[in-house]
Design a protein around this ligand. Structure first.
Ligand code: NAD
Length: 237
């Protein structure tokens, strides 16, 4: 059965791998992206790419209207879009903190709330939020990011309790370090130090995160809600 799937931040990295896995399974996939041009691969997969900044509720509303028009109400939402603005506490401006929270947490709130309009009507839905091992462990220089990602756990678990009776599940995937643009900024030394801490001794590939998301959206995961699934090579245990 072909479902209407939305992946925020699906133009690259983890989001692109997630969009690919659903598109290849025959779902009707839409992605949102904030800037630049979405890769040609998405068009060849039949993925609908909609420009939308999730910090702007009006843009979120417009994006959902376009997606509903073309694919019907969103049945599977993957809230993946996120940013980092790493710096130590005493150098962290209020703007550095607020903008990360506004994208990673409040942005997720905006897209989840809008998706639930259709999910409540359909009496079913799947929401997967992409947190991070950093949200569970903390990381020096990432207090803003870690706080926003930890908050997703409380957000998802509250909604799992609130909306379980409506047959909507809310789960969290917490990746470890993944080979994407987000981690390209790290120096070779930082990379080696991270890999040294990971029991499996390497970074994840985006497809390994996508596999967990795809499972949580599948019929096999119908009885899983409020779960936090680490896909981190053992880093967070
Ligand atoms: P990335 O930087 O390659 O992609 C981030 C995506 O988010 C992009 O598509 C971007 O357009 C989108 N985005 C950012 N701000 C947005 C906004 N305001 N509105 C709309 N879209 C916006 O990053 P990635 O590594 O693919 O990360 C994807 C998710 O996984 C993020 O939430 C990130 O925090 C999380 N994560 C990444 C890693 C990692 O090691 N790469 C580890 C744990 C968690």
């Amino acid at each position: 059965m072909s479902r209407s799937v939305l992946v925020t931040g699906g133009n690259r990295g983890i989001g692109l791998a997630i969009a690919r896995v659903f598109a290849e399974a025959g779902d009707k996939v839409a992605i949102t992206y904030r800037s630049g041009e979405p890769p040609q691969e998405l068009a060849s997969l039949g993925v609908l790419a909609v420009r939308c900044d999730i910090t702007d509720s009006e843009q979120v509303e417009q994006a959902y209207k376009e997606i509903e028009d073309k694919h019907g109400a969103v049945e599977v939402l993957v809230a993946n879009a996120g940013i980092t603005k790493d710096t130590l506490l005493m150098r962290m401006s209020e703007e550095d903190f607020a903008s990360v929270v506004d994208t990673n947490l409040t942005g997720t709130f905006r897209v989840v709330k809008r998706a639930n309009r259709g999910m409540l009507r359909a009496k079913k839905g799947r929401v997967v939020m992409i947190s991070s091992v950093v949200g569970l462990l903390g990381a020096a220089g990432q207090a803003n990011y870690a706080a926003s990602k930890a908050a997703l756990v409380g957000f998802a678990r509250s909604l799992a309790r609130e909306l379980g009776s409506r047959n909507i599940t809310f789960n969290v995937v917490a990746p470890g370090f993944v080979d994407t643009d987000m981690t390209k900024v790290l120096t070779d030394e930082q990379r080696a130090a991270i890999v040294g801490q990971v029991p499996l001794g390497r970074y994840a590939q985006p497809e390994e995160i996508a596999a967990a998301v795809s499972f949580l959206a599948s019929d096999d995961a119908a009885y899983i809600t409020g779960a936090v699934i680490p896909v981190d090579g053992g880093l967070g245990m």
